[in-house]
Design a protein around this ligand. Structure first.
Ligand code: FES
Length: 106
């Protein structure tokens, strides 16, 4: 099973296994990663699943949809590598992906 590394708000690195096809939110939830609130349950309508990718994954991820980009504008201190964990679907290409949970979700 491929793995990614998730840095939680306490700066702890957590190895997260994922099934290709699931979202970052699904994988990190199953792994018990702290700090992702996901108040809308993955519906792209809350921006409390804000994560920041390490920036090296251009070309392997679909661009944010218009709805995701709109919601990211409500995230706290978004960066060019910010994404909503519920909207990023993982593939085998994402083995070794590193991301950080935003320190504040609102
Ligand atoms: S869980 Fe609400 S936008 Fe992702």
């Amino acid at each position: 099973m491929p793995q990614l590394t998730c840095i939680n708000p306490n700066e702890q690195a957590i190895d997260v296994s994922f099934e290709p096809g699931e979202t970052i939110l699904q994988a990190t939830y199953r792994a018990g990663v702290d700090g992702i609130l996901a108040e809308c349950g993955g519906g792209c309508s809350c921006a409390t699943c804000h994560v920041i990718l390490n920036g090296n994954w251009d070309g392997t991820l679909e661009e944010p949809s218009v709805q995701e980009a709109d919601m990211l504008s409500f995230a706290v201190d978004p960066t060019p590598y910010s994404r909503l964990a519920c909207q990023v679907r993982l593939t085998d290409q994402h083995e070794g992906l590193t991301l950080a949970v935003a320190k504040r979700q609102y």
